[in-house]
Design a protein around this ligand. Structure first.
Ligand SMILES: C[S@@+](CC[C@H](N)C(=O)[O-])C[C@H]1O[C@@H](n2cnc3c(N)ncnc32)[C@H](O)[C@@H]1O
Length: 222
């Protein structure tokens, strides 16, 4: 079976292994292929959004991607970025078997323990279910962010779903305690920028939203 993702007008065929039984067999919820099988248009939309962050950055960057899954991000970004190299790490070994971008390298590993390779220019964090409060409330997540900030990549991308949750009142106290203000769809990117500046010395230079998440591209504050 094949699924076509159309991104920036270009068609990307994704082969779906027969064992996945169209999403009801080996590929279960949470697996990136499930999303491709069930919602190809939403998947393409998210990839178009995320890849748009990298329009205009100089070609030849060395990219390291946490939560690389089945390689949809390098597939969508390659023409936009013309990277020198790209390594993805994902904890699920079945993702590497379905990896879609032959010019990139997929490795199996836990993002919390996998080192960032020397010489990396761009770090991409396509985290599942990341939100700003997770970034300070979950110690493992906070430690990973500190490690990335200390590595000091030239460009740093984080995917975050908080934008889609902040209409729920139970989230407000978490933000109010941290920032002294309630989060809204209008200020979420400002809160994100403030958190990254104050805690990691990175500032949001570009952001976009759609396809179920918000995507932030950051550069180090000089
Ligand atoms: C939002 S998906 C990313 C999809 C990816 N962009 C792709 O092209 O398939 C999140 C991915 O994070 C991976 N993941 C979750 N926890 C992880 C961990 N601790 N270390 C590495 N990968 C992890 C999951 O296996 C899943 O493939």
């Amino acid at each position: 079976m094949e699924q076509i993702l159309t991104i920036r007008g270009k068609r990307f065929p994704i082969s779906i292994p027969a064992s996945s039984q169209a999403g009801d067999g080996a590929v279960l919820g949470g697996h990136p292929l499930y999303y491709v099988i069930k919602q190809p248009n939403a998947t393409a939309h998210y990839l178009e959004k995320l890849s748009s962050l990298f329009v205009g950055i100089p070609p030849g960057q060395t990219v390291f991607e946490f939560c690389g899954g089945i390689g949809l991000v390098p597939m969508a970004c390659w023409d936009v970025m013309s990277p020198a190299s790209w390594i993805s790490v994902d904890i699920d070994p079945s993702c590497a078997a379905s990896y879609q971008e032959p010019r990139a390298t997929a490795i199996v590993g836990d993002m919390y323990t996998t080192p960032i390779p020397e010489g990396t220019d761009v770090v991409i964090c396509d985290f599942p279910n990341n939100t700003l409060p997770k970034m300070w409330r979950e110690e493992q997540r906070a430690a990973l962010l500190r490690r990335i900030a200390e590595f000091r990549p030239r460009y740093w991308e984080i995917t975050d779903v908080g934008y889609y949750w902040i209409h729920l009142a139970n989230h407000w106290p978490l933000y109010e305690k941290q920032f002294g203000e309630r989060p809204t769809r209008e200020n979420y990117h400002l809160l994100f920028d403030r958190y990254m500046r104050e805690n990691f010395g990175y500032t949001v230079t570009k952001w976009t939203v759609g396809g179920g998440a918000q995507y932030f591209l950051m550069e180090a504050v000089c």
